[in-house]
Design a protein around this ligand. Sequence first.
Ligand SMILES: Cc1cc2nc3c(=O)[nH]c(=O)nc-3n(C[C@H](O)[C@H](O)[C@H](O)COP(=O)(O)OP(=O)(O)OC[C@H]3O[C@@H](n4cnc5c(N)ncnc54)[C@H](O)[C@@H]3O)c2cc1C
Length: 222
Amino acid sequence: MKVSLIEYTPNPDYTAAFAARVCYSSDIEKLKLDDKGVKNILRRVIKSGHHSVLEHVNFTFLIEGISRVATHQLVRHRIASYSQQSHRYTRIKRENFVIPENLSGEARKLIENHIDASIELYNKLMEMGVKKEDARFVIPQAVSSNIVVTMNARELLHFFSLRCCVRAQWEIRNCAVEMLRLVKRKAPIIFENAGPTCVRGRCHEENPCDNIREIREYFKNL
Ligand SMILES: Cc1cc2nc3c(=O)[nH]c(=O)nc-3n(C[C@H](O)[C@H](O)[C@H](O)COP(=O)(O)OP(=O)(O)OC[C@H]3O[C@@H](n4cnc5c(N)ncnc54)[C@H](O)[C@@H]3O)c2cc1C
């Protein structure tokens, strides 16, 4: 999987801080914001829950080679826009499959055989005149695609809380962590405490992991 940040609101920290500052200014002409002001007001509004100001900041990602297993989880996040490669219109090839890296030996071989067989059947169905949109029904969820995702900073913070957690499934977690790494470079204040909920305080999982300190350190330095 490859995650790229292809577009974003210029000066994201400033844009969100400006929106917050407007809320508390009676005279727009005199509204001034230096770096320190941006930091202070953003930290204040994020802590207080005044998160609508973060909706003025958008990020657009291209995610390549992600499985349908993971995109199905991704598109459950409703405050976002998606454009995904269509398997009605594009042909699936043998190289377009994701197999969990931790699987090796016999288990990996069995999965590869299953993918080979499904591709063979898919090709055969199309040779018989079956349309791509129908032939794809025999393809496993391991099939990969490319997807463009746009989320605002508020939704991204929520998305990172859920999907950067070690309890999230590995592929969407890898994707979320990579997205966070990219946006942190563009909006260091908005995302300074982003990551699973344990980065900011209490873990909400039923069975918290025992290395919260390491996880906090990891996301702080991402
Ligand atoms: C570890 C994990 C396991 C999961 N397991 C399953 C599973 O087994 N089965 C399953 O079906 N799903 C599962 N999910 C998906 C989960 O239930 C959510 O659908 C998904 O995480 C999207 O997040 P969301 O609903 O919080 O918010 P988003 O869609 O990202 O929306 C952001 C926020 O906007 C608000 N919002 C959005 N839409 C509405 C609305 N219609 N009404 C009120 N408020 C709204 C909510 O506050 C929401 O938190 C799992 C998710 C995780 C992280």
